[in-house]
Ligand binder design. Structure first.
Ligand code: ADP
Length: 487
């Protein structure tokens, strides 16, 4: 494992047109280590003027640069080189992510960074396999389609998986030949900036990827409403998604949104209870619950309810919460004071609503934004804690009696990002996979993800599918070409 001293933390600059620059205003903001409540470094604060410069650089790189005209296979090779360099620097990136976000080093090492590597590997392979089709139209014509890049793409990402979300956005956009302006979350800009250095080292031409850290309502809003941005891809809160959709309407830019969730995790009495308990733990406590597809509504069949809650609360109470830099830590710090207060606020609401607090429910220690893994039992699906996304380590257990009822309750949410079902009955499993309204269904597992499999939401969890072949549709547009073969 890399030592903390081995991570060189530089003041963050903006990455525009292949150069590392200060912001036009000269303003900076601090990025914090949420586990120590200490400033890590200062970051140049991008705003409208910087977004203008970054978009102009991306436009020039798209229209005049070598990127679009390059052999697709060579584009793929650059993506492979980015992948190799992330791999080469994986320990440094894992630690950087842990310091900036507060999540345990075991998770950044075993999930965030390997998944980012895999994402670049997967899309490197796609670069030279994106093509149109020939179509047998009526008459004396030859008709074919070209699948072309969309152009300048704005990407706004959240703080919960900073490098991984950057990879999900950047890799497919590059594979398709677009140019990018990326705005990382103000809480966690460090790994995105390091990725910029890596892309430069890998030979990505100037202006193809521009990175502008800054605040949402300033830099983010400027990007979302920019008249020369062709597409905006956003991951974050559904309230922000609404604002971005409005801003994007100014020039009718294409838009994809990956928003929140309140995912049902449904456990039947005929499941393997030990695995289901482990799945429920992963479902809600992975990444301190700061996961859009967290299994925050835990539906338990009545006959196993007591045993399940006992087992789950024992495990939750024994989780190692603390210094995220320790290899044995299982849950780290929430990302910010704002997030900590929001979660503690929801815990108060749960108590007031009459839910039964089984374990946790409080801050852990005095320094750092740590919260104990929290389980509410006897929750009614209509309670606020069962309806609203808490984005923290708080699960609501709800008892059910039959299959139709749990499907109805599970679907009773404005969200539809993911759902999980635990059962040994294959018929029931497939029936629920069909009937639950969510973009991802997990059967006897939780949080399984792969660069090759699509991810995205039903209902107010957003639209457009990231990852897999589906993301290529988001980053390309189709042109139909007609050739007259007649006289
Ligand atoms: P959270 O509330 O969990 O921080 P947000 O949706 O606010 O989630 O943040 C996700 C990303 O959206 C961040 O990069 C943030 O800066 C950005 N953002 C926030 N508000 C806006 C906005 N009005 N316009 C564009 N981007 C925004």
């Amino acid at each position: 494992m890399i030592s903390k001293e081995a991570v060189v933390i530089k003041p963050g600059k903006l990455f525009i047109d292949g150069k590392w620059v200060n912001s036009v205003s000269g303003k900076t903001f601090d990025t914090l280590n949420p586990a120590r409540e200490e400033v890590i470094t200062s970051i140049a604060e991008g705003d409208r003027a910087d977004i203008d410069l970054a978009v102009a650089a991306a436009r020039k790189a798209f229209e005049e640069g070598p990127w679009k005209k390059m052999d697709a296979r060579d584009r793929g090779k650059i993506l492979l080189r980015i992948m190799e360099l992330i791999d080469k620097n994986k320990d440094e990136l894992a630690l950087l992510e842990t310091l900036d976000n507060g999540k345990p080093i075991s998770e950044t090492t075993n999930a965030d960074i390997p998944l980012a590597i895999d994402c670049f590997l997967y899309y490197a392979g796609w670069a030279d396999k994106i093509h149109g089709e020939t179509i047998p139209v009526r008459g004396e014509f030859f008709n074919y389609t070209l699948r072309e890049p969309v152009g300048v793409v704005g990407q706004i990402i959240p703080w919960n998986f900073p490098l991984l979300m950057a990879a999900w956005k950047i890799a497919p956009a590059l594979a398709c030949g677009n140019t990018i302006v990326l705005k990382p979350a103000e809480e966690t800009p460090l790994t995105a900036l390091r990725l910029g250095e890596i892309c430069q080292e890998a030979g990505l031409p100037d202006g193809v990827l521009n990175i502008v850290p800054g605040y949402g309502p300033t830099a983010g809003a400027a990007l979302a409403e920019h008249m020369d941005v062709d597409k905006i891809a956003f991951t974050g809160a559904h309230t922000t998604g609404r604002i971005i959709m409005q801003a994007a309407s100014k020039n009718l830019k294409r838009i994809t949104l990956e928003l929140g969730g309140k995912s049902p995790n449904i456990v039947f009495a005929d499941s393997d209870i030990e695995s289901a308990v482990d799945g429920a733990m992963t479902g809600i406590f992975f990444n301190q619950g700061e996961v859009c597809c967290a299994g925050s509504r835990l539906f338990l069949e009545r006959s196993i309810h007591d045993e399940f809650v006992d087992k789950l609360s024992n495990k939750a109470a024994n989780m190692r919460v603390g210094n995220p830099e320790d290899a044995g830590t299982q849950m780290g710090a929430q990302v910010s004071k704002e997030q900590l207060d929001k979660i503690l606020g929801y815990i108060d609401v749960g108590k007031q609503e009459g839910a039964k607090l089984v374990t946790g429910g409080e801050r852990c220690g005095e320094k750092g934004y740590f919260i104990r893994p929290t389980i509410f039992d006897a929750v009614d699906n209509n309670m606020k804690i069962a309806r609203e996304e808490i984005f923290g380590p708080v699960v609501s257990a709800i008892t059910f009696d039959d299959v139709d009822e749990v499907v109805r309750q599970g679907n009773l949410s404005v969200y539809g990002l993911a759902a999980a079902v635990w059962t040994k009955d294959i018929k029931k499993a497939h029936r629920l996979a069909r009937d639950l309204k969510a973009g991802t269904i997990w059967i006897n597992t939780y949080n399984a993800l792969d660069a090759a499999s699509p991810f995205g939401g039903f209902k107010q969890s957003g639209f457009g599918r990231e990852l897999g072949v589906h993301a290529l549709e988001l980053y390309t547009q189709i042109k139909s070409v007609w050739i007259n073969l007649g006289s």
